[in-house]
Design a protein around this ligand. Structure first.
Ligand code: MN
Length: 481
């Protein structure tokens, strides 16, 4: 593992933010003084940790306050400074971020059960006040996972498990795929070392074997796009080891994972995505049911792209992903891409879009509001949000994300509580189904209502998964008493 120096950080920050490096230098020097004499388990000076965390964030082009807070993130916990002092020396925003990260640090999985649940709750709900707290925490966790070899085997497994259970879903929900992939692979490496190594070797071999095919396709696609004056950049993207592991767990054969290797085609304009799709389909036959339009139907974490799997060169199935450069930024970095795309206004825009566009956010608020008990809160989040999901369509074609096992009742309340209260039955893919029907991916759901309906039945309570539906049903029941 390469060691990051203060100069590396400064250079990285300068590459996208010339004017505020002095703040970063000041935060570094201050943190360095405070942590003086402290060491990590690796024997390195403690400052290497906050420095690396800040560097991970600088790679994502984080704003000034986030970087300063990253450098200071362990000072409240481990040194003699205070929130007030940080506020005076820097600003209130930075003090709040450091305080937020501190409040959710020092988790302990096995002992102090209640304290741990309270901590987990804090991690998850800190999204609602300032998502940058979670982003700093994710970078903190990433660096700790990268340096996990210095911990005991017990600690390694404990951290890896916690990463999979809490941090990976959070990274997914804010769309930070790059962070998510690395966290997943690092976790698998400690949880199942043998499997990890085995898959790593296999993947390497497949990559080598496919090299020629992919280069041939890349060249052909590039030249047809250039012939039609579509500026582009094409890259080979490989699935992470954990992604492969998961597919195998689902019963797929390694040779049948058609998106193990993909070509990522980036263009400037949205319309160029569709033009490129046409040219690619002219070159290589597509498999009809493997086409996905995530541009018009974005994923619920705002991922946008066209996916099409084609019969590529050498009779190999190859997935191609077509998107604009901006979509690609969101695809790799999620909300954190706002630092680049919405310069200056990123912080406000992040929080605003999180509340309005990212579907899980409302569910999280609902669960937080309803469950007073920390353990119940954590269990519900795990069961409702950090779990497998189904994606279904409204009659207008909007995508709704629900926990697996959800029914048309959950769907109705997710859309609107009046819809749930007046619901009498449901049509799924134009066929009448029981209200307790378990929704499947890609179902089209239409709720049939009757204003004279005598309201939801009590028995519906056993047929719902989401907090929103449960809550509304309980309220109705109370009102009728
Ligand atoms: Mn830390």
């Amino acid at each position: 593992m390469e060691v990051i120096t203060k100069e590396d950080l400064i250079r990285m920050v300068k590459s996208y933010n010339e004017t505020e490096v002095d703040w970063i230098k000041k935060a570094y020097d201050y943190a360095n003084d405070l942590h003086f004499g402290q060491t990590r388990q690796s024997g390195e000076p403690y400052i290497t940790h906050p420095l690396s965390v800040a560097y991970i964030l600088a790679e994502m082009h984080a704003d000034r306050d986030t970087l300063c807070a990253a450098l200071l993130h362990d000072t409240l916990e481990d040194t003699k400074t205070s929130k007030e002092e940080i506020s005076e020396l820097f600003n209130k925003e930075i003090a709040n971020l450091v305080n937020g990260v501190t409040k959710i640090s020092k988790m302990n999985f096995s002992s102090k059960q209640e304290q741990n649940m309270a901590n987990t709750r804090k991690i998850i709900t800190s999204l609602t006040s300032d998502v940058r707290i979670i982003i700093i925490k994710l970078a903190d966790r990433l660096h700790n996972m990268r340096t996990l070899q210095f911990k005991s085997e017990f600690k390694q497994k404990e951290n890896a498990l916690e990463t999979m259970e809490i941090f990976v879903p959070l990274a997914y929900y804010i769309g930070a795929y790059r962070l998510k992939s690395e966290l997943e692979d690092l976790s698998l490496q400690y949880l199942k070392p043998d499997i990890y190594q085995h898959l790593e070797e296999k993947k390497k071999r497949i990559e080598e074997d496919s090299q020629a095919t992919l280069v041939e396709m890349l060249t052909n696609i590039k030249s047809i796009l250039e012939d039609h004056s579509i500026p582009n950049e094409i890259k080979v993207r490989t699935k992470n080891i954990y992604g492969i592991y998961k597919r195998l767990q689902e019963g797929h054969q390694l040779s049948n994972i058609h998106d193990l290797l993909a070509l990522k085609i980036m263009v400037q304009k949205e319309l160029d995505c569709y033009k490129s799709l046409g040219f690619i389909h002219k070159l290589y036959h597509p498999i009809n049911d493997k086409f996905k339009d995530y541009i018009c139907n974005p994923k619920t974490n705002m991922y946008q792209s066209l996916h099409t799997t084609v019969f590529g060169a050498g009779e190999r199935l190859v997935q191609t992903q077509i998107r604009t450069f901006n979509m690609d930024k969101i695809a790799s970095f999620g909300l954190t891409a706002y630092w680049d795309i919405n310069r200056g206004k990123a912080r406000e825009k992040m929080q605003e879009d999180l509340a309005q566009k990212y579907q899980f956010f409302q569910s999280l608020l609902e669960i937080n509001h309803v469950f007073f008990d920390n353990q119940a809160f954590v269990e519900q989040v795990k069961a409702e949000l950090f779990t497998d999901k189904v994606y279904v369509y409204t009659p207008k074609g909007e995508v709704v994300e629900l926990p697996k096992g959800s029914t048309p009742i959950d769907f109705a309340y997710e859309i609107d509580s009046e819809l749930g209260n007046t619901m009498v039955s449901a049509l799924v893919n134009d066929r009448q189904v029981d209200v307790g029907y378990e929704l499947q991916n890609k179902d089209r759901v239409r709720i049939l209502t009757d204003p004279l309906s005598f309201g939801p039945r009590e028995s519906w309570l056993t047929k719902v998964k989401t907090t929103k539906a449960k809550q509304k049903l309980l309220q109705m029941k109370q009102a009728l008493k």
